[in-house]
Design a protein around this ligand. Structure first.
Ligand SMILES: Nc1ncnc2c1ncn2[C@@H]1O[C@H](COP(=O)(O)OP(=O)(O)OP(=O)(O)O)[C@@H](O)[C@H]1O
Length: 606
């Protein structure tokens, strides 16, 4: 074994940092990148006050963590950071507001004075994008102000009964009524609450309404932030549409889902602008966006400027799941904004139709932050949930092996025998999820561990990194091959062929099973274990979640909720009750000002 000679923290140290920036960089509150951006901006504006440089660095740090702004007063009050020599926050903000960085012709810093008296500090780009999202949302007319006829009640009752079964679909019927009344609607709900079913029914109603009005056939866009999510949306919508009466199916033929990037039209010269924008709007009458929690502020700004004000925009998602990789939490902001004038409709579907009762209760306890209830449910070990805690009589590692190794072995046996469909089906029966990539609780460690177990069980070492039975996760879209980032597959030995070159990859793509030479799939990772982030949007029969110890800052309530809600039938949490409590109590909250802006602006005009 060779020791790593690279200090993992070295890249975080900014050699040029002095004074306050140095202190905060040494304390690992600021990264080298935060320091460098702050130094550069201050230099350009001729600002030499170290407190202003610290404020800029904190704003950059916020964006790195997914926030679009920073509440300096809240940051100073953070008990974990209380040892640091913070400036007095209110005076600090006054200094920042008076700085040439804020007062210049093209200010780099902006401060939003919220109605609750707080002041939020922004880098200019995010301030403008948030302002634009707020403006564009409020500029979209509510349906009642348009020339559309209000949906006639008698027609609507009949139509709702036709597209949603009479029994058990009241939530969806109510959601469709709200969405029909608004140009912009936000349709939220946890996993399996029937959001896609509601969307399919709603589209059928809109298509029929257009026909009754003598309008041309509706142009409908279906989009999602990632290729995988778009593929799932298409599959789910097609499935739900196929369950509608024939006339509705006719009106909704040929629906295709694409990524938001594709919808907006990528441009070869820039990755931040698109072919469709304010002066070249999208042609669609209805735009449905799924997995909206994963849409960043920047992407939402691009979308809203491209959608025609008169078209319908339906934003679908679960605001409690992980937010976008880039900064912003637009869906959560829209749901939480207290907007008196209702410029958009917000509906939440509550009843999950996917998983067992106890998983639903556990998910709800985690979502609402009730750590003791979550621990009690897991401890009771009722139908569908199990806690594997250290020191409860069984060795956790033994229990994890009991759960994981037979499943990996079953996949391997099917793959060795060339039974690709069976191997893929088995793969979806179970997932091992980790919060981390590296370290003893990380994906890399557990992938190697499962491979060791497989070698022990079969008595044959796995000589190569590609072997029959290797589960793989596709990590990049390849439109030529028809695979998407997030698709899963298994390496399979074709029946009767023992040659080492013969291995094929069976991939479960949205268009069905693909059979590819393993050499053509370059962007894949072994998937005996998967990060919770990458599992977002997928499901498995049983989910085994490995909790890191409480001091891990990665495992948050939102991450834990996402992990649990991947399970259809059973959740096994491996960790102590204290690990569970720590996960439920730690929030991945993002600072944004959109809800304040929306509330303030609608109150002003109300
Ligand atoms: N009201 C209902 N009564 C019974 N089953 C329903 C109802 N609504 C939806 N379902 C079923 O529940 C499952 C999940 O529905 P759907 O895919 O519409 O949910 P979703 O919220 O879009 O899920 P996802 O978590 O994938 O976003 C489907 O099998 C669907 O047929």
């Amino acid at each position: 074994m060779t020791e790593s000679v690279v200090d993992p923290h070295a890249w975080r140290l900014a050699a040029s940092a002095t004074g306050l920036l140095r202190t905060f960089n040494d304390a690992e509150v600021l990264d080298a990148a935060d320091v460098h951006v702050a130094q550069r901006l201050c230099e350009l504006a001729g600002e030499d006050d170290p407190a202003v440089a610290l404020a800029v660095a904190c704003a950059v740090r916020g964006v790195r963590g997914g926030s679009v702004c920073v509440d300096l007063v809240g940051l100073v009050a953070d008990p974990l950071l209380s040892e640091l020599p913070w400036p007095e926050p209110e005076a600090w903000l006054d200094t920042v507001e008076a700085s040439p960085l804020s007062t210049g012709e093209t200010p780099a810093l902006r401060v939003l004075a919220a109605a609750d008296g707080s002041r939020l500090l922004y880098l200019d780009r995010y301030w403008r994008e948030e302002e634009q999202v707020c403006d564009d949302l409020l500029a979209r007319p509510a349906v009642d102000d348009s020339s559309d006829p209000a949906p006639d009640d008698a027609w609507l009752d009949d139509a709702l009964d036709r597209v949603f079964e009479r029994e058990g679909y009241d939530e969806q019927r109510a959601a469709a009524r709200v969405a029909l009344r608004h140009r912009t609607s936000v349709l939220t709900g946890g996993p399996g609450t029937g959001k896609t079913t509601a969307v399919a029914g709603l589209l059928a109603l809109l298509a029929e309404r257009a026909e009754l009005d003598g309008s041309p056939r509706l142009r409908i866009a279906l989009a999602a932030p990632t290729g995988k999510a778009a593929a799932r949306l298409q599959e789910a919508v097609q499935e739900r549409v196929a369950a509608l009466p024939a006339a509705d199916q006719q009106r909704l033929t040929g629906l295709r889902a694409v990524t938001l990037h594709r919808l907006l039209g990528p441009r070869p010269d820039t990755s931040s602008r698109f072919r469709h924008h304010r002066d070249n709007r999208l042609p669609h009458d209805v735009v449905v966006v799924d997995e909206t929690s994963m849409v960043s502020l920047t992407m939402m700004a691009r979308l809203l400027e491209a959608v025609r004000p008169t078209s319908r925009l339906i934003l679908v998602g679960d605001p409690f799941q992980l937010a976008s990789v880039e900064a912003g939490a637009v869906l959560a902001d829209l749901v939480d904004a207290r907007v008196p004038q209702q410029p958009f409709g917000v509906v939440r579907l509550e009843t999950s139709h996917r998983f067992g009762h106890t998983i639903g209760e556990l998910a709800e306890a985690v979502r609402s932050g009730d750590a003791e209830r979550a621990v009690a449910l897991l401890d009771a070990g009722a139908e569908g949930v199990e806690l594997v805690a250290p020191g409860d009589g069984t060795d956790s590692a033994v229990r994890v092996r009991e759960l994981v190794a037979p499943h990996a072995l079953a996949v391997l046996r099917a793959a060795e025998a060339g039974r690709a469909d069976e191997a893929l089906r088995l793969l979806d029966q179970q997932r091992l999820l980790c919060a981390h990539r590296e370290g003893p609780f990380g994906v890399r460690h557990w992938n190697a561990q499962v491979e060791r177990w497989l070698a022990e069980e079969t008595g044959e070492p796995l000589w190569s990194s590609s072997y029959a039975g290797r589960p793989v996760l596709v990590t990049a879209n390849d439109y030529g091959l028809g695979v998407h980032n997030g698709d899963v597959g298994v390496v399979v030995r074709p029946p009767g062929d023992r040659g080492p070159q013969a291995l094929r990859a069976a991939v479960a793509s949205s268009g069905g099973r693909l059979d590819l030479a393993t050499s053509r799939l370059s962007q894949v990772e072994t998937m005996h274990a998967l990060t919770i982030h990458k599992s977002q949007g997928s499901q498995a029969g049983t989910v085994v979640v490995l909790l890191p110890p409480p001091e891990s800052r990665l495992l948050t309530r939102e991450l834990f909720y996402t992990a649990i809600t991947r399970a259809v039938e059973r959740v096994v949490v491996v960790g102590s009750p204290d690990d569970v409590r720590a996960a439920v109590e730690r929030r991945a909250l993002r600072a944004t000002g959109l809800r304040q802006r929306l509330t303030q602006r609608t109150a002003k005009h109300g």
